[in-house]
Ligand binder design. Structure first.
Ligand code: SF4
Length: 210
């Protein structure tokens, strides 16, 4: 069996329920949650968005929200001031430029304040099921450990290699599976390597044993 197939089948058996863990009730709410998720956990984002979306559920209401109230609502997140400003500006532009609807074109998405390539990929995959391989901290770390990407690769380079390594129809699924594996077993500081199904070809494991 090809190694890419082995990785896929093993992770699928381990995490059959792997999915996006951000809570949202609409395309717009997902875009806000994704924007807020930079450098923080999905659990923290879900705690904050529960209050935020109760007050401002859509682009129209969030565009009109007082910035100070947005800062107060998302205060527990890192970078809360810039994130508050960005979600408000993003909502305003969605209202002004896209008639209140989140665009589905990658270029239009990344033209919105706070939405970079990774965020756009998450939105495209989750909402529109467009094959995409968003590379977050877990995906990046594991792609290096499993020798798919190299140590010094940029996120863009790691993404290119992951796209080549796994078939296109598995990109979205592999993204979720790698994140679940990273959170559950292959953490940055204390990976559980002893009985890991990938430890015979993992670069991190080789370093530990040398
Ligand atoms: Fe992660 Fe350890 Fe498994 Fe390597 S052997 S993939 S570092 S858990």
């Amino acid at each position: 069996m090809k190694r890419s197939e082995y990785i896929y089948q093993t992770l699928e058996r381990m995490y059959p329920d792997a999915h996006c863990q951000l809570n949202y009730g609409s395309d717009f709410q997902l875009a806000v949650a994704v924007l807020l998720s930079a450098q923080t956990t999905d659990v923290s984002v879900n705690r904050v968005t529960e209050k935020l979306f109760a007050c401002y559920p859509d682009a129209e209401s969030l565009a009109e929200a007082p910035l100070s109230h947005l800062e107060e609502l998302i205060h527990e997140l890192g970078l809360f001031r810039s994130k508050a400003a960005n979600i408000k500006k993003m909502a305003q532009q969605i209202v002004q430029r896209f008639d209140g609807r989140l665009p589905s074109d990658p270029k239009e998405l990344t033209s919105l304040p706070g939405i970079g390539v990774k965020c756009a990929n998450v939105i495209l995959a989750e909402i529109y099921h467009v094959p995409a391989f968003p590379v977050d901290t877990h995906v990046s770390r594991i792609s290096r450990r499993l020798a798919i990407a190299d140590k010094d690769d940029s996120l863009a380079e790691a993404e290119r290699k992951l796209r080549e390594y796994f078939p296109r129809e598995r990109w979205i699924r592999m993204h979720h599976l790698l994140i679940f594996f990273g959170r559950d077993r292959c953490s940055a500081r204390k990976p559980q390597c002893e009985d890991c199904p990938f430890n015979d070809f993992c670069t991190e494991r080789k370093q530990q044993l040398n």
